[in-house]
Structure formats: C-alpha cells, structure tokens
Design a protein around this ligand. Sequence first.
Ligand SMILES: Cc1cc2nc3c(=O)[nH]c(=O)nc-3n(C[C@H](O)[C@H](O)[C@H](O)COP(=O)(O)O)c2cc1C
Length: 383
Amino acid sequence: MSSEHAGHSAEGSSFPEGGGPAERLRFLLRYAVLAPSRHNTQPWLFEVEGDEVRLFADATRALPAADPDGRQLLMACGAALVNLRVAAQHFGHTISVEVLPGHRADGLVARVRLEERWASTPDAEAMFHAIPLRRTNRLPLDGREPPEGLLTALLREARRERVSLRAVEERGRRAVSEIVAEGDRLQWASGRFRAELAAWTRSNSSSRPDGMPGYSFGMSDAAAFVHPLAVRFAGAGRAEADRDRRRAFGTKALLVLSTPGDAQAEWIAAGEALQRVLLRATCAGLYASYFSQVIELPDMRLRLREAIGERGVPQIMFRLGYGLEVRAPPRRPVDDVLRGFDATPARPQPLALCAPPAPPPGPGAATGARPAVAQPGSAAPIR
Ligand SMILES: Cc1cc2nc3c(=O)[nH]c(=O)nc-3n(C[C@H](O)[C@H](O)[C@H](O)COP(=O)(O)O)c2cc1C
C-alpha cells in the first residue's frame, strides 16, 4: 500500500497550531470520520464546545435489517474514537474519553476532552499514518502469510480495550466457513436485508458521500450501475455463500473479536479494539474484510461461538491479508457531521444517567431528528 494511493484527504491542510482547542478538535474530526462502518453509513454526529467534543450515535443512519440493536452502529462510533485519539497524539495532544453508559435518549455516546501537550512515539506515528490508508478490501487476497509476530501485536491492541481476539484455527475452519455460507443464504433470502443493502449500494460515479460504490467490490462502471437493482431483486445468496465459504476457509488469518458480555459499552469497546487492530494490521500492509452475517444472525452467532470454543460474545469476524490496492470509498465532510460548534469553553455538565429509555428507531427514523441508539439489554443475549 503506498500513501499516494491513500484516496482520503484528511491531511489536506495543516493543524491549527495557533487556534484554540475547539478549532483543533474540529480539525481532528477529519480523522475520526475515516473510521469504518457497516455499509459505510458513517453513523456519527459531533458537537464541539470549547475543549470538548461530544460524539452522538446518528440513529437516522441505523440499519434496522442488518443491525437492529444498533450494535455495529456503536462499534463504528468506537472506531471513530480511536482515530480521534491517535490523531490527537500525532498533533501533540492527549484526549480523555468518557464513554456514556447508554441511558441517553439523545444518543450521546462519549464526551472527549482535549488535554495537555503530549509527545508522540514512533509506534503512535505508525498508527496515525495508517488511518487514511486503512481499507476494507473485498477483492481476493493472496496467499502470503502475515508477518511473524503480528498476531501477538494484534492481540495486544485488542487487549488494550479489554476485548479478546482469537484466530480461527485450521481445524475449526470447515465448520466456520459453513456457518458463513449459511448466514449468506439466510440474509440474502430476506427482501428487507437486500432492500437495505441496495439503499447503501452506489454506482461508481455517484457523488453521494456515503454508502458503498461498486468499485469497493471490484466492479466496472457498467456492473456498478446495475448493482443496486441486482441486489434488491436478484437472489445472489448462493453465489455470495460460495464465495464467502471459500474465503473464510482459505484465508491465512481469520479473526474474531469478542467481549465478555453484550452491553452497549462493550460494543463501543469492540469498535475501539477493531480499529486498533485494523490500524496495526494496516501498518504491516494488510487489508481486512468482514463476515458480519455470522454475528448478525443470532443462531449463527451461537454456532460460531461453539465452533471456535469462545467463552465471550463474538462481535466481529474478519480476515486479514495482502492484496491489490482498492480505491477509498467516500466520506461525509466534517461540516456534514458537525452539528454544533462553539469555541467558548464547555461548562461541566452532570451525567444524565436517568433519562427515560428512547423507543427504538421506527420506520420514520430516516427523517427524524432524534439520534438515539438501542437501549441497554435490548440485544438478544448469547448464553
Ligand atoms: C462493524 C462493521 C461491520 C462490517 N461488516 C461488513 C460486512 O459484513 N461486509 C462487508 O463487505 N463490509 C463490512 N464492513 C466494512 C464496511 O462496509 C466499510 O468499513 C465501509 O464500506 C467503508 O469502507 P472502508 O472500511 O474501506 O473505509 C463492516 C464494517 C464495520 C465497522
């Protein structure tokens, strides 16, 4: 991966050294928005006030079919927090993050405060430079082994967020790849799932700043043009299942991130761990792609857990490998996700622990202004 093919332009202008904390935080958000998110929904909103930035889950970008509990939505927010931290360190700051416990009707996920000066390290610098280079790569990956010692480094990154990372061993591969294939067949049989996926699938020439253009799947302009229609109306489940079975079985590194339980705070931690692992893997020139079907379907999640002998709750499964460079999918500019900016210092606010639970986003959520995420305990527990 060479940096000239980065595609993302977060480094476009320089850090406002002479500016106040609010200007600095606004600049750092350029890196936060480069985090991955299911279907590239980019389900985050920010408010900057003085030296504080508040991160909100944007329920108008929820995926009721693929992600009914908002679990992956919060994972994406967790990934954005890591980018913010890593970028802050590069530009000479540290941040303190207060993750909210999930009782908030307004969708507030975290309060982040820009702290004192902080010297970066070579290690942190490598992670920073990986932010715009990290990419989901759905193309075939080649057969080269990841470098010696990488898995240990990835385990360490996950553990920093108190999340466990497990490599699916050779003997479990057959069973896991069958679960992957069955997950594909089940999801693609659902018209709701396909309609939602189609709504986030874009042509190669789309000017929309979100969703997945056909080039993310290696498609020509012509194929990408008809792709949303094909997703909506054609049952490609069998082809998807065959391809994903092969990929899960044949990849050199198939990894699962798991948390002890399945609470909202753990979803955020899983997203933080994922992003740390991805950035570390990107430093080594590796790409990732995901098998979310095995987590999104409760039965498949249980079966995966059994097949790999995991005591925790699997949050995401992905493969890592080397491959051809892929073009960066679009991102919403910071101005689109920054819904409040006030350069005067934030007043300390009490934590709102007791706000009444919000109802889950209904059919009108796409137009509603209330960003709220699923309530604690709403996820189907895995036991
Ligand atoms: C929690 C999570 C789950 C994801 N699941 C899938 C998946 O099942 N299949 C897939 O192709 N991509 C998946 N992705 C990748 C996103 O589609 C991708 O991050 C997005 O399109 C932006 O592209 P980028 O990662 O190259 O920036 C997932 C990403 C996240 C954060």
